[in-house]
Write a protein that binds this ligand. Structure first.
Ligand SMILES: O=P(O)(O)OC[C@H]1O[C@H](OP(=O)(O)OP(=O)(O)O)[C@H](O)[C@@H]1O
Ligand SMILES: O=c1cc[nH]c(=O)[nH]1
Ligand SMILES: [Mg+2]
Length: 225
C-alpha cells in the first residue's frame, strides 16, 4: 500500500501519482495534457483507495480449464463519488475507471475571488447546484476536488453532503494538491472526514493560490482565464 499518514491527512505516495502530478504542475503542459493527467491521477487514487480501504473476498471461479479460487473487491456497488464542479470533472472521470458503478453526486461551488480571502483565510463560496444520491452507512464516499487551498469550498461542499445524511463507513476528501491551512480548516470542521491527497504543498499566496501548486486547475482544464 502506498498511503502514508502525514499530520491530519494521508498522502498517496504511489510513484505514478507523483510522476503524473509533476507533469501537470509544469506550466508547459497544455490543456489536453493537463486534463489527461487529472484523469490518470483520479484512476491511480481510486486504485489506492481500493487497496487501502476496501476488503476483498475469496470466490470460486471456473476458468476455461479448471475450477479455482479468486479474490474480488467487496463493496464496489456501495461507492459514492461527489464531483465538485468544475475542476473535479476530469479527476472524477479517472476515479470512475476504478469505481465504474459508483453512485454520483454533483455540487457546483465557486470561490468569490473578487471578494478575496478574509482575515481568517477563508473565501466566500457560492453554491449554485446540488444533486446528490442517497448515502447509506455502508457506503464509501469520496468527495473529489483536485485543489484544496483554503478549504472554504470543501467545507461548504461537506455541509451539503452531510446535511441530514448518515455518516458513511468510509468518508474521504480526495485532492491532488493541498495547502496545509486548508487541511487544518477541513479537519477542524469535519474531523470525521479522512483527508487524502497526493501532495501537501508549501503555502498559500496572498490571492489564496497554492504554492508551488499548479495554478488554476479549472482554467487549465477548461481553457478559460
Ligand atoms: O480551498 P479553496 O480556497 O476553496 O479553493 C479550492 C477551490 O478552488 C477551485 O475552484 P474554483 O473556485 O476556481 O472553481 P472552478 O473549479 O470552477 O475553477 C478548486 O477547484 C476548488 O474547488
Ligand atoms: O491554487 C489554487 C487554489 C484554488 N484553486 C485552484 O485551482 N488553484
Ligand atoms: Mg478555478
Amino acid at each position: 500500500m502506498t498511503i502514508e499518514k502525514r499530520g491530519d491527512a494521508h498522502l498517496i505516495t504511489h510513484a505514478m501519482a507523483k510522476d503524473t502530478l509533476s507533469k501537470i504542475r509544469d506550466e508547459e503542459t497544455e490543456q489536453v495534457g493537463f486534463r489527461k493527467g487529472l484523469v490518470k491521477l483520479g484512476r491511480i487514487c481510486g486504485y489506492e483507495i481500493i487497496d487501502g480501504a476496501m476488503d476483498t473476498e475469496y470466490v470460486s471461479i471456473d476458468t476455461p480449464l479448471t475450477e479455482t479460487t479468486g479474490e474480488r473487491v467487496k463493496g464496489l456497488d456501495d461507492v459514492v463519488i461527489i464531483n465538485v464542479l468544475r475542476a473535479a470533472t476530469p479527476f472524477v472521470e479517472g476515479l470512475l475507471k476504478a469505481f465504474p458503478r459508483a453512485k454520483q453526486g454533483v455540487i457546483s461551488a465557486g470561490r468569490d475571488e473578487e471578494a478575496g480571502m478574509n482575515d481568517d483565510g477563508e473565501f466566500p463560496i457560492t453554491i449554485d447546484y446540488v444533486k446528490l444520491p442517497e448515502i447509506t452507512e455502508e457506503d464509501t464516499v469520496i468527495v473529489a476536488d483536485p485543489m484544496l487551498a483554503t478549504g472554504s469550498t470543501m467545507c461548504a461542499v461537506l455541509d451539503e453532503v452531510l446535511n441530514e445524511q448518515p455518516n458513511p463507513e468510509n468518508f474521504f476528501v480526495l485532492s491532488a494538491v493541498s495547502a496545509p491551512d486548508g487541511l487544518l480548516h477541513v479537519h477542524d470542521q469535519f474531523p470525521e472526514a479522512d483527508l487524502l491527497t497526493v501532495s501537501i504543498d508549501d503555502h498559500l499566496n496572498d490571492d489564496g493560490f497554492i504554492v508551488p501548486g499548479l495554478g488554476d486547475a479549472g482554467d487549465r482544464a477548461f481553457r478559460t482565464t
